[in-house]
Design a protein around this ligand. Sequence first.
Ligand code: ADQ
Length: 744
Amino acid sequence: MRFAIALAVGLALLTWGATVIVQKTTRAWFENDLGVRAQLAVNGAREALIASWDQTGADKLQTVLDELARDEHIKAVAVCSADGRPLARTAGYGGRHLSCAEVGARVRLGPEAQDSPGAGAWNGIERVSGANVYVSAVPVFDGDRPLGFLVLVHDLSFIESRETKARQFVMLAFGFLAAAAALVTLIASRLSWKSWSNEIRRLLRVGGQDPDFQPILRDVSELVDRIVAERESDNGGGAWTAQRLKTTLNRYLRGEKIIVVANREPYMHQHRPDGSIGVVHPASGLVTALEPIVRACSGVWVAHGGGTADRETVDAHGRVRVPPGEESYSIRRVWLSPEEEQGYYYGFANEGLWPLCHLAHARPIFRSGDYQHYRAVNHKFADAVLREVDLDDPIVLVQDYHFALAPQLIRERLPRATVTMFWHIPWPNAEHFGICPWREELLEGMLGASILGFHTQAHCNNFLDSVDRYLEARIDRDQNAVIQHGRATLVRPYPISLEWPARWTQSAPPVEQCRAEVFAELGLRSDALLGVGVDRLDYTKGIEERLLAVERLLERFPRLRGRFVFAQLAAPSRTAIVRYQQLNDVIEELAARVNQRYGRGSYKPIVLLREHHEPPNVFRYYRAADLCYVSSLHDGMNLVAKEFVAARDDEQGVLVLSQFTGAARELTEALIVNPYDLDEASSALASAVSMTREEQRERMRAMRAFIAEFNVYRWAGRMLVDAGRVRRKDRLSSRVARAAGAAE
Ligand code: ADQ
């Protein structure tokens, strides 16, 4: 529009300029023409004029003048003597500036006036009786003798009417040309805009497939991603906190509620022996990490209702508001029959997938009956999600190996949903994964997610290799993405962490008090050296290897006998599975053997506390200890290691950490060991108990600084920012596709 106005104004100015030039030129031509005509008239009448000039009586001269005035364009004529006296004139001659004296002053009658025709003449415009007239005064000579001059008054009106016509014609012609040019330009620009915008639409539409356009799209999106990521991670954004996570979610996800799907619920209602109902925090790394996020963002947590009093504490829709006393979000409980729980949870998830994904020498067991239950329960949870959504594009965070099929089931029913899936355990290499009879279906199910997260890049690579080997899908290694059925799943590492500052550290008693209490409870002497282990009782956690390392320590370092005590807090876990029952027995036997070998009187080097402990008690042990030994044989991350560091605000205590945990890649100031190598592990334990306070402080300070920055709000923030970006891209592409559809 602006261009069209500028074009019109420009063309109007051009027309006006052209008209002025044409008018001036034609006027000059006309005037020149009149001067020439006057000269010709005088030349033609010269003989008659000379003959009648000196005649007494002006009749003859008058007749000559009348004859000259017969020309339709000559209004009046007069003859003046060389000294400026009027000799004769036709009717209508007059006017202040046309007296012989005034005109005579401008005419030259000297010899130079004879040099060329019209040399002494004067031509000009005068105003007579309100109208412009053109006056030509031409000298008349008789040989060399100047007689006087003839004054011809030309009518200018015909010139002016011709000028007007010429001007109108020029304006019309230029106006027409200008309009035509503007029209042509507009049509041309419209046509080129339409074809350009069509081309852009086409490129956006086929951009995903067009190899020519892809690099540009990728560069642009990478640039945007980098800018956003830099903005999110720079110091300007400050530390990641619950508040910052909330703000980020508002910005990227417009504050929409999130729906978490996880097997384990964050709060379980249990009947107490006295008949009352109590609330229990389950021992689960997933719950530890995710609960602060849902508290910060509100929303719904869809989980299996496994507590003995769970059914009594929900409303008619299976919902209960939590945390108790704060009530900032809802748990939506899904009920499972004993057969479903057996097949889906104990069977396929924990006897099949868990050992499949952990390199801990346990043989995976795959039963087709279990898998049928697994499939059915995934459907059940997807149905529950559908009942919780109030948008056709909700944000759903699917958690862990219990729900590999759920992302696709949700996507089938809510194609526009933003589904992220986080896999909390390792992903094995492709060959190893290939032993699963339903490998293709599991991979397809997971690829229903827009974003698939693992703790480490190595797990991402293993997953991409598995897809590469078992599915028909394109792997974009640059982008870490799988493209299938025209849709992309980003496969990214998001190392999980803890809320910071840790809630349970802030509410814990001072370190000295914790130490005094725990020492008293365990009956330890005041110079005892205390090591702790905190785990679910699971064979992947390397509890056997840990106790063997303690035995080796006492074997190699006799000075520690009677002084070193290792307290193992072990929450019973998956007790319906034979392998877990065996583990319980093995650990009991092992502890008994070591205690018998090195115990004396009331001194027992290993204390087994095989029960579930609520977080305040777990943190009390962390704060009381000299060291914490995490000896997992294979672990996605391991939050116990991070919890120990978070608990030590006194900057004391040593972390001994298995190299096979995800945490070992981050907490590099820990004493990193191979838990299978008992000499190495026992040496590390010995170093830990003899480490100076200064070295402990340096190591602990560095690890605390790391977790403070890379906390769980950052983990969730990065994943949800990526989800928000995918969501924006999806919304934009569907808008462009709709617009392109409408344009066709
Ligand atoms: P988990 O295998 O459950 O988690 P982990 O990360 O160590 O392992 O978390 C265990 C949690 O349970 C901790 O919060 C701990 O305090 C608690 N806990 C352990 N023993 C307990 C006891 N006796 N009583 C009470 N609480 C106890 C999975 C993966 C990990 C990954 C997490 C998070 O196996 O690799 O770090 O998910 O993604």
